[in-house]
Ligand binder design. Structure first.
Ligand SMILES: Cc1cc2nc3c(=O)[nH]c(=O)nc-3n(C[C@H](O)[C@H](O)[C@H](O)COP(=O)(O)OP(=O)(O)OC[C@H]3O[C@@H](n4cnc5c(N)ncnc54)[C@H](O)[C@@H]3O)c2cc1C
Length: 310
């Protein structure tokens, strides 16, 4: 079947409701389709979240617009010191990228927590961000690294959305239905990083995950970012300034105090995987662990040593 041809599938052939399938070769054509079809169309990236939703009939788009043949969306590059990932960069491709490992190791560290390698070989960085699962790793990383997300539509052209403004709620982002997330741009960052997570089994979604970056100057904290996943309807950001860390020494006492602040403000869900109280307890354990590792990587370990709570 020619890739650009719409093919209707009979309802009985799949578990999903019937849909038509388009596989454009150019971004401009994909944007045309979304503009024409409106709410009836849905973008397909790696399919690791969308295909199960179709099979369960939790999503019933009339048309799927597959981005998989648009080569320009799968490039990984460095541009003026920024990491620029095409939205169709596979999670495994980013994880194995020498560029990511050299300059943006927090991203590489977090990617390893996503499902299993078979999932990551299909799932895309842009798909994970656009899907906005409240327990996903990459939204928290996007916040901690202050990523910018580039969206394009036929009618309004290109716009850049700060990660802070992108995640609006569970499975809800600032993207309009005619927009495609095309690029993820991440500024360079110096200093240390850490990604910590507790899940019930390897490859499961996080009960709680913490992404952290710490920059030190003369033994004191110059900058810090913390972002949590699994504890709210969207990733929760925190900056060193808001958390009273800037200018302070990176001590376990400070890190525990920061963790207590965060544990008090998050509103985690209670479900069969863990209670809200358990998730809050994980925040108070994982945040100090992440900050300790990030400051050790930034060049100076915690000043007064001493163990952190388990
Ligand atoms: C068994 C299993 C375990 C998993 N474990 C984890 C885990 O531990 N952590 C985790 O974070 N994820 C996990 N995932 C999900 C995985 O990371 C997915 O790859 C990701 O959530 C969605 O990416 P995708 O490319 O597959 O997107 P798709 O499933 O194709 O799309 C997801 C949604 O995003 C929209 N979308 C996708 N790309 C774009 C774009 N460029 N522009 C606009 N909208 C777009 C789609 O329309 C759809 O609504 C798991 C999945 C499976 C099947």
């Amino acid at each position: 079947m020619p890739p650009n041809q719409i093919a209707s599938y009979a309802a009985h052939a799949l578990k999903s409701a019937p849909f038509a399938y388009l596989a454009p070769l150019r971004l401009a054509d994909a944007l045309d389709h979304l503009a024409e079809l409106g709410e009836d169309a849905r973008v397909l990236a790696g399919g690791q979240s969308l295909i199960p939703l179709l099979a369960l009939r939790l999503a019933r788009p009339g048309v799927l617009v597959d981005l998989g043949r648009i080569a320009s969306l799968a490039e990984v590059q460095e541009r003026e010191g920024w990491l620029v990932l095409g939205s169709m960069t596979r999670e495994l491709q980013a994880e194995r990228s020498a560029l990511v490992a050299r300059g943006w190791p927090l991203l590489g560290a977090a990617l390893r927590f996503i499902g299993h390698s078979a999932i990551r070989s299909r799932g895309t960085v842009g798909g994970s961000l656009a899907h906005a699962d409240p327990a996903a790793e990459l939204p928290a990383v996007a916040l901690a690294l202050q990523a910018e997300l580039v969206a394009q539509s036929k009618g309004r052209g290109e716009r850049t959305i700060a990660a802070l403004d992108f995640f609006l709620g569970p499975y809800t982002t600032a993207l309009a239905s005619d927009e495609i997330l095309t690029e993820i741009r991440i500024p360079s960052s110096s200093g240390g990083f850490s990604f910590q997570e507790v899940a019930r089994r390897h490859g499961d979604f996080a009960l709680v995950g913490v992404a952290a970056t710490v920059e030190l100057e003369r033994g004191r904290i110059k900058g810090c970012r913390v972002a949590l996943t699994g504890v709210s309807d969207r990733p929760v950001p925190g900056s060193g300034t808001e958390l009273g860390m800037v200018g302070e020494e990176p001590t376990p006492k400070l890190f525990r105090a920061v963790a207590q602040q965060l544990a008090a403000v998050v509103r985690p869900p209670s479900d069969l995987h863990g209670t809200a109280g358990y998730r809050r307890q994980l925040v108070s354990v994982l945040v100090p662990r992440a900050l300790e590792e990030a400051s050790a990587r930034a060049g100076v370990g915690p000043i007064d040593g001493g163990g952190l709570s388990p």
